[in-house]
Design a protein around this ligand. Structure first.
Ligand code: PEP
Ligand code: MG
Length: 765
């Protein structure tokens, strides 16, 4: 064919990619009689399409016009890897025009993708001034040119990349990482469009938006080759970048203080400490004096810090490595004069490896839309914090950080644990409808917030709230909680780089009484270890031992910590009802010992203000505790079943593991029978039982728990409106009368199906 022959001549005669592309657009426009022909190529560094050559559009726009995958007509062609012919481009829903190209003059549009073995490379676009319906022949011609051209383009780019040395290596690496991402999902063929991924439904709500990737690799910032500008100038640059990074962090801190509370702002103190670290600055300056540029000096000095920490096999330390990498990315962004990093999450969906509390705080403070992480379960601390902050989150999405790239668009459905990468218009519309529906439903449920909790057959119920951070209190009150069933006290400790003093704790705990002056407030003793660990190894309750040295076992070795906390509870209560929950009880002796320590702490209070005997609640979180629940009930005033841990220990499923999500089944008959057994044993002692694990917030399970005789449920505050509404519209009696038969069923699926038959979804669901 004449056209292809002319193209092959161009390749023989041209020496650069730009020259090939320039001639190609001229030839296509002439041979196909089009007013415009343009070529866009995908830059793997940021996965944006760049206008590389054009006949017909303004030449000055070449290299400047960039559009994300899925954006505009051309972005759609590449993202969906299909040709698109549109007679009246400006009336197409995906139409997007760049004024600098002056393309608004052209009516009709035809775009075809260029791809190598399903890896998108770019697109060829033709346009005409006159309105025109492109024929099948036009489409096929352009598609066959694209197929021929793509190999030439790619070879030219690889050769140019190799010529550029270091940067070229990076180009190839980006391509490699594209394949790695594709392989990670096993979706070689679908070209990253409308890819559905699933993870843990960590925090409800639907959000849509562009991706902001967190972490060093994801940021893709590496010190670029630049001439050394002299030690004085390079040092000035470093100091300036450190200063600017510090301002960013201080801004996040201020926003956190305003949007959340002063306590949460504390979480960034480790960043500020590092920024002010003399040793770090010395190392950077020393390497600058040896003749390296500012970015390389910063990169190297923090790399050294990182390598030192990497030698320590401790997962808390591993998280500090992530802080270091995050901070390095921020400093380098300033050094390389990219945009301030603190604004990066605003209105975006953040994708990260893990869920450190600092990230959730930053999202909340800076107006991030949602969070998706690669590791972590739905009951991890980060997930609990996301729920408190009302940020939709999906955790444990395998391979997500290598699958998505900056510029991708995501849908996050935190209620079902679904993430859709680069959704099609139809998917987008479906989720928009779903979001509207759930918003409507939520509005309806709000009417139940101020009504007493009761079932359709008139049974009065007690619904309390789980509190983790002060922000939960207001929501709990607003959503109609009757008190605090579980106050997790760990956050105030974890957020600080030091222990809060007794007085600080009093100030924090007092807020609970300000919100619920009549109580009840069930404060839990510090439950560290497992997923709740402290900075700086202050107490040696590290993250790893879910089994072993955690919770009250740690407190037994640190009576002063327990004493301060108990005294703070009592002082905050100031004579009002006080209840203290003891977590992770494994034996009667342990309960007696901790109880004695509590009494002792209260007895040591200097004045009478706080000298009251608190109610004591033993938490049932271990199978061993279920077996001795009768004796534990006798020794305490109430029992509180922590099903998150009970399920973990009964079924041997790490609560953090996303891989085991399916095994972590609250309908498991062993779990349900353990709860029932605990209720019956407590009843013999005349003691009430509460359930405060996450399963209590699911309405069918809540009905099941009440039918088993549980006296109260304590749930995440956001779950209260729907729970109240569901309970109010369903009867408990029929389930109560069959409860023994239900619990006798042999498997989780039989129980789940049985309950679903009794309580089917209505049309409204
Ligand atoms: C539980 O284990 O169910 C519980 C409520 O405690 P936490 O989730 O804080 O461990
Ligand atoms: Mg627990």
């Amino acid at each position: 064919m004449n056209l292809l022959h002319r193209l092959s001549l161009v390749v023989q005669r041209s020496h650069s990619l730009a020259a090939i592309l320039d001639s190609t657009v001229e030839i296509i426009a002439e041979e196909m009689e089009m007013d415009v022909c343009s070529i866009y190529l995908l830059d793997p560094a940021d996965w944006q399409l760049r206008l590389m050559a054009t006949h017909g559009l303004e030449k000055s726009a070449v290299g400047k016009v960039r559009l994300g995958m899925g954006k505009g007509l051309t972005g759609t062609v590449v993202a969906e890897m299909r040709s698109l012919a549109v007679e009246d481009a400006s009336s197409h829903p995906g139409y997007l025009y760049f004024p600098e190209t002056r393309e608004e003059r052209y009516k009709s549009y035809l775009g075809v993708p260029m791809a190598i073995r399903n890896r998108p490379v770019g697109a060829i676009v033709v346009q005409t001034m006159e309105r025109r319906a492109y024929s099948q022949q036009d489409i096929e011609t352009l598609a066959s040119i694209a197929a021929q051209l793509v190999g030439i383009v790619e070879n030219a780019r690889i050769i140019e990349a190799l010529d550029r040395g270091e940067e070229g290596g990076r180009y190839l690496q980006e391509i490699r990482s594209w394949h790695a991402g594709e392989r990670a999902r096993g979706v070689e063929a679908d070209a990253r469009v409308n890819v559905q991924l699933s993870g843990g439904a960590a925090s409800g709500g639907i959000a849509m938006g562009e991706v902001a990737l967190r972490g060093d690799r994801e940021r893709g910032i590496e010190p670029k080759d630049a001439p050394f500008q002299g030690a004085e100038e390079e040092t000035r640059r470093v100091r300036d970048a450190l200063q600017r990074t510090q301002s960013d962090i201080v801004k996040i801190q201020k926003d956190a203080e305003r949007e959340i509370d002063e306590e949460h702002a504390l979480i960034f103190s480790s960043y500020l400490l590092l920024l002010n670290d003399e040793v770090l600055l010395e190392r950077i300056e020393r390497s600058i004096e040896s003749g390296v540029t500012a970015p390389i000096a910063v990169f190297g000095a923090l790399e050294e810090f990182k390598n030192q920490l990497a030698k320590v096999a401790d997962s808390y330390i591993r998280d500090r490595i992530e802080d270091i990498l995050d901070l390095r990315g921020r400093i380098l962004a300033h050094l390389l004069e990219e945009k301030p990093v603190s604004s990066e999450v605003t209105d975006r969906i953040v994708v990260a490896r893990r869920t450190p509390p600092s990230l959730i705080i930053e999202l909340k403070a800076e107006g991030g839309r949602a969070l998706v992480t690669e590791v972590g379960g739905v009951t991890s601390h980060g997930a609990l914090l996301a729920r408190s902050m009302g940020i939709p989150a999906v955790t444990g999405v395998q391979g997500i950080t290598s699958i998505v790239r900056g510029g991708d668009r995501l849908i996050v459905d935190g209620s079902s644990g679904t993430v859709v990468v680069n959704p099609t218009v139809e998917t987008l519309e479906r989720y928009e409808r779903k979001a509207r529906r759930s918003d409507r439903r939520h509005q309806e449920t709000l009417a139940y917030c101020n009504l007493p909790a009761r079932t359709a057959d008139g049974k009065r119920l007690t619904l309390l709230a789980n509190i983790g951070v002060a922000a939960d209190l207001g929501l709990a009150k607003k959503n109609g909680a009757q008190g605090v069933g579980l106050y997790r006290t760990e956050f105030s400790f974890i957020l600080r780089e030091y222990f809060p003093t007794r007085e600080e704790q009093v100030r924090i705990y007092r807020k609970a009484y300000e919100t619920f002056p009549e109580g009840p407030i069930h404060f839990r003793l510090l439950d560290l270890g497992g997923d709740k660990f402290l900075p700086q190894g202050t107490l040696d309750a590290s993250r790893d031992p879910f089994h072993g040295y955690r919770s009250i076992r740690v407190l037994r070795d640190h009576p002063e910590v327990l004493r301060d906390q108990v005294q703070a509870f009592a002082l905050a209560a100031a004579g009002r009802p006080l209840s203290i929950l003891i977590p992770m009880v494994s034996s009667l002796e342990e309960l007696q010992e901790i109880r004695a320590m509590i009494d002792d702490a209260i007895g040591q209070l200097p004045d009478r203000r706080g000298r009251q005997s608190p109610q004591i609640g033993a938490m049932i979180e271990l199978p061993a505790a279920v077996e001795i629940a009768g004796s534990l009930a006798e020794e305490s005033d109430c029992l509180s079943i922590g099903t998150n841990d009970l399920i973990q220990y009964a079924l041997a499923v790490d609560r953090e593991s996303s891989r085991l999500a399916g095994t972590r089944d609250p309908y498991h008959p062993a779990v349900l029978r353990m709860i029932r057994r605990t209720v019956l044993l407590a009843r013999e002692q005349g003691k009430p039982v509460s359930v405060c694990g996450e399963m209590a917030s699911r309405w069918r399970l809540a009905l099941l728990l009440f039918a088993m005789g549980v006296d109260s449920l304590s749930v995440t505050p956001g779950a209260l409106p729907e729970l109240k509404q569901r309970l109010a519209t369903h009867e408990l009696g029929p389930l109560e009368s069959r409860i023994d038969d239900v619990l006798a069923l042999p498997g989780a699926s039989q129980i789940r199906e049985d309950i679903s038959r009794m309580y089917p979804e209505t049309n409204r669901d």
